[in-house]
Ligand binder design. Structure first.
Ligand code: DGY
Length: 321
């Protein structure tokens, strides 16, 4: 059988590229595909390996016959891929669950600590030469240890966050999820299930989002939800930008409905609303959740395992559909 032709839309860690180049007729792209580049690529490659920055839009489903049979996504979230369009074209879709759980939860914890302890503000002050030395009321933040954390979405990443926050920082855990989690590890933390999201929002000192993106969760955090949060509470998002109505978040910050926010994901990446950029009580990171060498390598190797199984005609480990 001829070697499959595959496209990585952007550069991946060297170890993964080497493994793929060894096995496949591999093209290495440099930037996200435009719609016309998608059209082209779908006629040229047996598999395309996109990432979160590549939008596979509904209109591509109208193409008719294409060469591509697999979209092997480099990432766990796939709300940037229109699954109905892929289905119309007879394309299988895979993702990379499991391997980025800890890295993403670590980053959510980083954001939580940064916003609570005013770390970004302090660093900006120091680097700009504004620090005048220690004094008793300097940049006083919020105590994390012992505070109550509300976790929205208690899948793998939500549970890893609960573990780190509870066992590392003695935080009390509340969570909201489609259904109660029956895992003894969750029970051992004393994590309390809130069937009603508003109950969690009213009680939490920190709220962290770990849901998938897409239609089911779009604007889950709107003006009403921010109004339900406590005035001293912080909002953290490492999931997807479209889970948040960004205008409502900005209005909630302006009105002092919440104390601050720490974000890694945005509705229109890489665009960041100007109203967020100037705020001291907001921490902004550039979608770094899975960005460790070990994790990005493991994600690539998972993509390779999906490609290998698919082209050998074996059951594909991480088939989305
Ligand atoms: C994921 O895996 O979904 C990360 O957000 C990177 O795409």
């Amino acid at each position: 059988m001829a070697t499959a032709r595959i496209l990585l839309t952007q550069r991946w860690p060297a170890a993964v590229e080497a493994a793929l180049l060894h096995e496949y007729d591999t093209t290495l792209g440099e930037r996200p595909l435009s719609v016309s580049e998608w059209r082209d690529a779908l006629t040229q490659y047996d598999a395309i390996c996109p990432c979160v920055a590549d939008r596979f839009v509904a209109e591509l489903g109208e193409l008719g016959a294409v060469r591509t049979r697999l979209l092997a996504n480099y990432g766990v979230g796939y709300n940037h891929l229109d699954l109905a369009a892929a289905r119309k074209l007879g394309i299988t879709v895979t993702n990379t669950p499991g391997v980025l759980t800890d890295a993403t939860a670590d980053l959510a914890m980083t954001l939580l600590l940064m916003v609570a302890r005013r770390a970004g503000e302090g660093e900006r002050q120091l680097r700009s030469g504004q620090w005048r030395g220690w004094y008793p009321t300097h940049l006083m933040g919020t105590q994390v240890s012992g505070a109550t954390l509300g976790i929205v979405g208690m899948g793998r990443i939500g549970q890893a966050m609960a573990h780190k926050a509870h066992h590392g920082f003695g935080m009390n855990i509340l969570y909201h999820n489609r259904r109660e989690v029956q895992d003894p590890a969750v029970a051992r933390m004393g994590a309390r299930f809130c069937a009603n999201l508003d109950d969690l929002l009213r009680a939490a000192d920190f709220v962290t989002v770990h849901t998938p993106g897409g239609q089911g969760t779009q604007h889950l955090f709107d003006a009403r939800r921010f109004a339900a949060m406590q005035g001293h509470a912080y909002f953290i998002n490492t999931a997807r930008g479209d889970v948040v109505d960004e205008a409502a978040l900005i209005a909630a910050l302006d009105a002092g409905c919440i104390a601050g926010a720490a974000l890694d994901v945005y509705a229109q990446e890489p665009h960041i609303p100007a109203a967020l950029l100037g705020r001291e009580n907001v921490v902004l990171l550039p979608h770094l959740g899975s960005a460790t060498v070990a994790t990005r390598t493991a994600m690539g190797m998972k993509v390779k395992a999906n490609l290998d199984a698919f082209f050998k005609g074996q059951p594909v480990p991480d088939q989305v559909f």
